[in-house]
Design a protein around this ligand. Structure first.
Ligand SMILES: NC(=O)C1=CN([C@@H]2O[C@H](COP(=O)(O)OP(=O)(O)OC[C@H]3O[C@@H](n4cnc5c(N)ncnc54)[C@H](OP(=O)(O)O)[C@@H]3O)[C@@H](O)[C@H]2O)C=CC1
Ligand SMILES: O=C(O)[C@@H]1CCC=N1
Length: 267
């Protein structure tokens, strides 16, 4: 399957790098175009991908087209590729946050366009991603199975109604940044008590990684696990109560609220 990427920024590169690392998709089957020739040509050259001169030419060459541009750029991109997508019956996969399948369909005009909306996160590069999928009404089962198979190789996927995509953006699309913030805050506290930033960051990141693995591998709830770590009269409960006193849980929920509100703003 020949796969094209319109936009080769952070998210597109994470997906492409994830596939290339384990050879799931051949480099010569990946076509790329972005706003600046020096960017997409350099990346294509370094990774033996196929650079293409325009969005419309990419739509002529690739059977499946991943839309990996910012929401504000999407309307002009869809206008450029509309003819090729319609006449050549291309499959479109949009990872653009806040833009529904209905909006994409409306921009493309008449035709039974095969569409898939996805919301990946940056961890796909390490095959530890979390990606939501919403099928367009005309997407064939065969194309859906093939694309889900490719995305499953990059981590976990889940089918999700589009109405829940904004919540998913907060919990998985944007949340790596929130978790980096938590790791950095822990590490900074380590520095306060004399550790080097490098060592403190490694210690905090390993603790987060192991804790996430534990949550994923047990039927117990996080609350059960919190109790297992909290010895009576011990250090953990003292730390937990001080964090809650400073509003830890409501700070997290406020961050999620703001992320969802931003995703739902019209562009
Ligand atoms: N970053 C993330 O973790 C996630 C991002 N997303 C979504 O993915 C999309 C891309 O995000 P991200 O990769 O972070 O953004 P970046 O800013 O890193 O990349 C945007 C890309 O769009 C390209 N571009 C801009 N204008 C055009 C155009 N007219 N035609 C073709 N390409 C164009 C840019 O080109 P150039 O490089 O040449 O300037 C760049 O490669 C967004 O909609 C975002 O919501 C979804 C989930 C997670
Ligand atoms: O910040 C953003 O808008 C995108 C969506 C999810 C992650 N990055």
């Amino acid at each position: 399957m020949k796969i094209g990427f319109i936009g080769v920024g952070n998210m597109a590169k994470a997906i492409i790098n994830g596939w290339l690392t384990y050879g799931e998709v051949k480099a010569q089957d990946i076509f790329v175009h972005s706003a600046h020739a020096q960017n997409y040509r350099k990346y294509a050259f370094e990774n033996h991908l196929e650079p293409v001169d325009s969005n419309s030419e990419l739509a002529n060459q690739a059977e499946v087209i991943f839309l990996a541009v910012k929401p504000t750029v999407l309307p002009s991109v869809l206008a450029e590729i509309k003819e090729a997508v319609t006449t050549q019956k291309r499959v479109l996969v949009s990872m653009v946050s806040g833009v529904s399948l209905a909006e994409i369909k409306a921009s493309l005009g008449a035709g039974n366009h095969e569409l898939l909306r996805i919301m990946p996160n940056i961890n796909v590069e390490l095959h530890a991603g979390m990606t939501a999928l919403a099928k367009g009404e005309f997407l064939s089962e065969a194309h859906f199975d093939e694309l889900q198979g490719l995305l499953n190789q990059l981590g976990k996927t889940t089918l999700l109604p589009e109405k829940d995509f904004s919540t998913f953006v907060a919990l998985a699309g944007s949340s790596p940044a929130f978790i980096y913030l938590f790791i950095d805050a822990m590490a900074r506290a380590g520095v306060k008590y004399g550790l080097t930033k490098k060592q403190a960051t490694q210690i905090a990141a390993q603790a987060v990684w192991g804790s996430a693995a534990k949550v994923l591998g047990t039927p117990k709830t996080p609350w059960d696990l919190i109790d297992e770590v909290s010895s009576p009269g011990g250090t953990t409960v003292a730390g937990l109560l001080a964090m809650e006193d400073a509003g830890f849980m409501s700070a997290v929920v406020k961050g999620i609220d703001a992320t969802i509100a931003k995703d739902q703003e019209k562009h």
